[in-house]
Design a protein around this ligand. Sequence first.
Ligand code: NAG
Ligand code: NAG
Ligand code: NAG
Ligand code: NAG
Ligand code: NAG
Ligand code: NAG
Ligand code: NAG
Length: 801
Amino acid sequence: MNSHLAFDFLLLLLLTSTLSLPFSCSVYDGISEGSSLSVENPDDILTSPNGIFSAGFYPVGDNAYSFAIWFNKPSCAAYCTLVWMANRDQPVNGKQSKLSLLKTGNLVLKDAGRFTVWSTNTDSISLVQLKLHDTGNLVLRNEQGVNLWESFDFPTDTLLPLQPITRNVQLISSRSQTNHSSGFYRVFFDDDNLVRLLYDGPEVSSVYWFDPWLISWEAGRSTYNNSRTAVLDALGNFSSSDDLTFMAADYGARIQRRLKVDVDGNFRLYSLEEVTGTWIVSWQAISAPCTVHGVCGPNSVCGYDPSIGRKCSCFPGFKMKNQTDWLYGCEPEFSVPNADDEIGFLHVTNVEFYGYDYGFFPDYTLEMCEKLCISISNYCKGFQYRNLNGHWNCYPKTLFLNGRRSPDFGGDIYLKLSKASLLSFNNSSNRELGFNCSQGGYIQLDRTYPRNEENGSVKFMLWFACALGGVEIIGIFLVWCFLFRNSKDSGAIARAYLPAPSGFKRFTYAALKKATRNFSEEIGRGAGGIVYKGILLDGRVAAIKRLDEANQGEAEFLAEVSIIGKVNHMNLIELWGYCAERRHRILVYEYMDHGSLAQNLLSSSLDWTKRFEIALGTAKGLAYLHEECLEWVLHCDVKPQNILLDYSFQPKVSDFGLSKILNRSDLKNTSFSRIRGTRGYMAPEWVFNQPVTSKVDVYSYGVVVLEMLTGKKSAIGIEAMDDETETDHTRLVTWVREKKKEATKEKWVDEIIDSSFGNEYDLGKMENLVELALQCVETNQDARPSMKQVVERLLRLETDR
Ligand SMILES: *[C@@H]1O[C@H](CO)[C@@H](O)[C@H](O)[C@H]1NC(C)=O
Ligand SMILES: *[C@@H]1O[C@H](CO)[C@@H](O)[C@H](O)[C@H]1NC(C)=O
Ligand SMILES: *[C@@H]1O[C@H](CO)[C@@H](O)[C@H](O)[C@H]1NC(C)=O
Ligand SMILES: *[C@@H]1O[C@H](CO)[C@@H](O)[C@H](O)[C@H]1NC(C)=O
Ligand SMILES: *[C@@H]1O[C@H](CO)[C@@H](O)[C@H](O)[C@H]1NC(C)=O
Ligand SMILES: *[C@@H]1O[C@H](CO)[C@@H](O)[C@H](O)[C@H]1NC(C)=O
Ligand SMILES: *[C@@H]1O[C@H](CO)[C@@H](O)[C@H](O)[C@H]1NC(C)=O
């Protein structure tokens, strides 16, 4: 690295003292009539007076160039943050292509000196100038100061602050991360005056944001303002004529921002972190990535794993139609059934498909729905069967598109196929639809882009030498500083894109110190840190956790925190942000009014209904972590202290993912080597050094439920035992089991449950719940149900009346 730097340094001396002289040594911000920019001259670049934006020919493929505008900071050595393109769909040749401002006032882009591929179609009798402004707007202006044309009126996929999106303007995503031609996702004003996101694919198109089943006012939008204009102001406040408004998480002046419709179909606001040279997401339209349409194609299901992103999988018995492109979805491997009597249905759980319903048939039994599907024959490829508020509804499907895994949805899919093909499926094939969790473990976010250091430095120095002209000494010093800083950063965090949900934010230590009044109000202690109550600048009340062990590098900490920040479920506590400054590692969570379950267990404020809801909600939260292929976020420390209650006593599981942050080295291969968890709730696997799976959480969950029902905190009221290995919970478990065995059938539940319930509970449900909890605490982990099965059984209990 040092010799490399020294070399650069020498080269720079050479450049500044010799090479710089013959060059025309100035940085242009514009051109005037009769001049042009050539693809062959790397110096033919316009730079805005403030140095933030540049415009020039940008390589988009082999010998293919587009005229583009990009950000100069973070430096553009290998990969530019593009904001605009003139000819994204028709790149020009690397030889003799030119952008010329003709004497007629027309700005034209000619391919290989011959074909016009793009022009502004302007004309003027007075003198015209093309200038790149400080805002990033490329403007063609005549002598009278009238703008004949401006790039702000023709965005590609990005909006800059103060650049409006209007009636005639839409943003269109790129085709892919590397192919900048027009893709399939659009942001536009629809005919009802609403800003929407549209998937406009080769075969189908549909709107997916805001949620298409909502009426505009349900989504907080108004259809009445016909002016159709929306803009992000300089401080990070976006407002639209349809009443859509949002603010950047880092609201305030001075920050560089851009709004972009990304290739994954999300619409994001990015802010530049000056210190690290990193673009961070400061708002995004969609938090559940699989709700974007057009991701997977027909007959396939989209699943999301925060550590690897979205993934498509085929229905069982289907195969990918085009091995290279999910757009085409999947096709059946079996023959499509014809005669009625041969038809059967394959049950696929926890998936949701949007649209293409033959109709809506409320209060249908499964048999009625099957009959219906068979009777409408070719129109019905199967149906979605869903429980909504205790009613089972039938939605026959003419096409299975926009599918996603959705453990929360409360609905299943029944695929129509012949009985013969149905028999050939094993139940296990159902699992193929899930993720391939065996990849497991930890996958570093793909956040660094390859750099071509050599070229980058040389290119940069050329530019810099020119820019500074004669002031060489200062120039050398600055360049040297820049190179040094740059090469230091480039490995770990250069040009990182850390996606995060809206509101997810980096806090400064000073801000958190102020919010917590110098960490004065302690509200809890737990895994690896103390939690304080704090009030954020925007008035939100937060639970702020200071981690003790700060032995983790900032980039690693960031990578993991941002993944936890993306986990989004109503029964999981929401992470609002973090602080990583010097040795401080702090997490900022939403604050829960009613504290933890532990605090409430003893206060008898929880009646039977509330306790049942808490058992169900907690199970849903854990099931989400397990089901969504988040096994690496295994909770591993489920206990009443980690189950928080909101204002309506809905539970939210907290501290998930923390074991990972606190003890990285142990967890590299998801094979945990050190005992984790809290005495009293730990599964036997920990003690016996067996492989640890999500079933450890099931065990702890079972203990918590028993505790909630019996009102006995661990071993309270039960005689102590001498056996060293016999922990508190085994005593509780044994006690319940024995009561169950010895008492007569009706009475055993009465004997174990919390006396504070009185008679205010449903005996049948209670019995079921206790039995379920006992199953969860089976010593053999294979005998325990999965968290998902627990949820299903509780849901059934809930609707049985
Ligand atoms: C980009 O995608 C378009 C549309 O699929 C294709 O025609 C074009 O060749 C691609 N360009 C590159 C450079 O791959
Ligand atoms: C953001 O803009 C909207 C509309 O112009 C305005 O009503 C709102 O007060 C602004 N918010 C802030 C914090 O400036
Ligand atoms: C329509 O929206 C524009 C831009 O947000 C605003 O200036 C105007 O006052 C709105 N008109 C009405 C009638 O609300
Ligand atoms: C799959 O899709 C690619 C890209 O769209 C296309 O070039 C190829 O021919 C397709 N293959 C098949 C087997 O359809
Ligand atoms: C189903 O399982 C059996 C044995 O478990 C196996 O022999 C058979 O090949 C499987 N069938 C399919 C279609 O996977
Ligand atoms: C498949 O699963 C269903 C319930 O999900 C069960 O009733 C059936 O017996 C299972 N079949 C086999 C062969 O395991
Ligand atoms: C799952 O991933 C593992 C490891 O990457 C691989 O060996 C295995 O073939 C994959 N299985 C499926 C069904 O994709």
